[in-house]
Design a protein around this ligand. Structure first.
Ligand code: G3P
Length: 219
């Protein structure tokens, strides 16, 4: 399972990249706005800066909601760097745009996915990645992890190539569950990634090792 970071914050992207486990980045208009990045030129410059930090795929989302605008934007975004993946929402025009971009060798990430039916459509359209938002499914008291399991089962049975990119992850535990459920990629905030490091027995064990070493050295 690949690890992407879900942020447009350059410092956090660098911190995750320095860990050596970062396979890519996902962004969305809300995450860009959170960093105070506004205006097309600044937004595109920010994508380029992110793409220069990571070797892996960087999802950059279209703002247009109709087909023509989506493919025009998709072409501009894809030209920013070779590792850009164009993020397109799961709508009727979005599915058409994914199909068009795929047939023009532009990779896509179908976003705002909340059902297995949407996942089938995105795969049929040729999406490179599919982003089910599991946290938001849980928010409405449905089962986000069951959605990942359903899609993984369908994609295996049908032999679809689209990679399942579990998104809207809020906890470290969800990352572990995604690995069990068959996600190909998880995209997470930095605290959820760093939370995987934590175990009290690791801290206790390390303190004991260091204390024993000190004693043996007569210090
Ligand atoms: O990757 C999608 C993500 O940015 C949405 O997360 O926490 O706003 O549901 P959240």
């Amino acid at each position: 399972m690949k690890f992407f970071i879900d942020t447009a914050n350059i410092d956090q992207i660098k911190e995750a990249a320095e860990l050596g486990i970062l396979d890519g980045v996902t962004t969305n208009p809300s995450l860009m706005a959170k960093e105070g990045i506004t205006g097309t030129d600044n937004i595109y410059a920010h994508y380029k800066a992110i793409c220069a930090i990571v070797d892996g795929d960087v999802s950059a989302e279209v703002i247009s909601t109709e087909f023509k605008g989506m493919i025009e934007e998709g072409r501009l975004l894809a030209d920013l760097a070779p590792n850009v993946v164009v993020k397109v929402p799961m709508t009727k025009d979005g599915v058409k745009a994914i199909n068009w971009l795929t047939s023009h060798d532009i990779r896509t990430n179908c976003t705002l996915v909340f059902s297995a039916g949407q996942a089938i459509l995105a795969a049929k359209a040729g999406a490179t990645y599919l982003s089910p938002f599991i946290g938001r499914v849980d928010d409405i008291n449905w089962d986000g992890m069951a959605l990942i399991r359903d899609i993984a089962e369908i994609y295996t049975i049908q032999g679809y190539d689209t990679a399942i990119l579990a998104a809207s992850i809020r906890t470290s535990r969800q990352i572990v569950e995604c690995a069990k459920a068959g996600a190909d990629v998880v995209t997470c905030p930095l605290p959820a990634i760093l939370g995987l490091l934590k175990h009290p027995l690791t801290d206790i064990g390390l303190a004991q090792f260091l204390a024993d070493h000190k004693k043996a050295e007569g210090k």
